[in-house]
Design a protein around this ligand. Structure first.
Ligand code: SF4
Length: 362
């Protein structure tokens, strides 16, 4: 069976950002990167059904690879059909016209740029490798090399950031008219360098920034289609929509997860182990039907249109009311979710306390 999505993880970055707790290693030499891509190729080739409707290469920073290794990566993944949404994540400071041409020529048609902020002081305090000028250079290089479907990743609620600062970043991002904007509320994770020097913004500030984001981006013509994601009409990220709909996908590379027919497999996060045996590094996670149902609920509610109730019933052979009647009624009474004949979704009020709502379905 062909899955909807195919994910490839590149766990390398030039330097670790101060807030990062993702699976990524800084300063890895070119030879190790080459071995990693070889291992990836082995894993992909072993999986003969490794074709999909969407392909997403994420990280880490895929574009931190050298040009030679980037070419090898493109060969390992293969050129999908022109109708495939093919995305690659990148970061300013690791891209130039030539690298972007390699991606474009290999069929990549959607580029995500991790800008995070358009304020040099904020970028510095996050430990990012780039400044604001390099964001503009990257964006301009992306356009010149032929990309028109570009996402910009931004983060708000940064330590010391004011509502005014955040609005400034949003305005600069919108001025570029990217087709897609992702905005994440920075969570300061324990054990990261940032946690030693900064504290999480208070709830009220986070609320004001999130509300301001929605209002501003909507007024600029962006559609709010997922809690943290906005796009110009027709430019939703299909790959991620499949995640939120809890669809099938295959993941390749370090720490990558696959979700096929209710089964979830996760690759090892140990680089040495993966390099020595990429095919047998997958572990099946123990899951019950109720886990699949809970996941479908809280992932689906992330979408602004909500969960398609007909699809839900077809998939789990029961209407949602039979499984969560009490929870839905209580949340509706609090004004946090609303139900139409086809969808169950968060209300405007529910959006701001989404985690509280999700917990009711776990
Ligand atoms: S670029 Fe992304 S993955 Fe790499 S260290 Fe920074 S936050 Fe982590």
């Amino acid at each position: 069976m062909t899955p909807q999505g195919l994910y490839v993880h590149i766990p390398f970055c030039l330097k670790k950002c101060d807030y990062c707790d993702f699976c990524s290693f800084p300063g890895i030499d070119e030879e190790t990167q080459r071995k990693y891509i070889k291992a990836l190729q082995k894993e992909i080739e072993f999986d003969t059904g490794a074709s999909a409707e969407t392909v997403y290469i994420g990280g880490g920073t895929p574009t931190s690879l050298s040009k030679k290794n980037l070419l090898r990566l493109m060969e390992a993944v293969g050129k999908p059909s022109a109708s495939t949404e093919y995305s690659v994540e990148s970061n300013p400071g690791t891209i130039d016209f030539y690298k972007l041409k390699i991606l474009k020529d290999a069929g990549v048609n959607r580029l995500s740029i991790g800008a995070q902020s358009f304020d040099d002081n904020e970028l510095k305090s996050l430990g990012r490798i780039h400044n604001c000028e390099e964001i503009y250079e990257s964006y301009e290089a992306a356009i010149r090399s032929g990309f028109s479907n570009i996402n910009i990743d931004l983060m708000f609620a940064l330590p010391g950031q004011t509502l005014n600062d955040w609005t400034g970043t949003l305005k600069k991002a919108v001025k570029l008219r990217p087709k897609h904007i992702s905005t994440y509320n920075l969570q300061i994770e324990e054990g990261t360098p940032l946690s030693a020097k900064a504290v999480q913004q208070d709830n009220e500030t986070e609320y004001q920034m999130y509300k301001g984001t929605i209002d501003f981006l909507k007024s600029e013509g962006y559609i709010h289609y997922e809690i943290s994601n906005f796009c110009l009409p027709g430019f939703e990220c299909k790959h991620n929509i499949n995640y939120w709909e809890n669809g099938d996908y295959k993941g390749f590379g370090l720490s990558a997860s696959s979700h096929i027919k209710w089964a979830r497999h996760k690759n090892t996060g140990d680089l040495k182990e993966y390099l020595s045996d990429p095919i047998n590094s997958k572990k099946k996670e123990k899951r019950a039907k109720k886990d699949e149902i809970a996941e479908t609920m809280f992932m689906g509610l992330r979408l602004i249109k909500g969960i398609d109730l007909n699809k839900f019933e077809k998939r789990f052979k029961k209407p949602v009311e039979e499984l969560f009647g009490k929870e839905i009624q209580e949340l509706s009474e609090k004004g946090l979710v609303e139900q139409s004949s086809h969808h169950l979704r968060l209300t405007g009020k529910g959006l701001f306390v989404a985690n509280e709502v999700f917990e009711r379905f776990v």
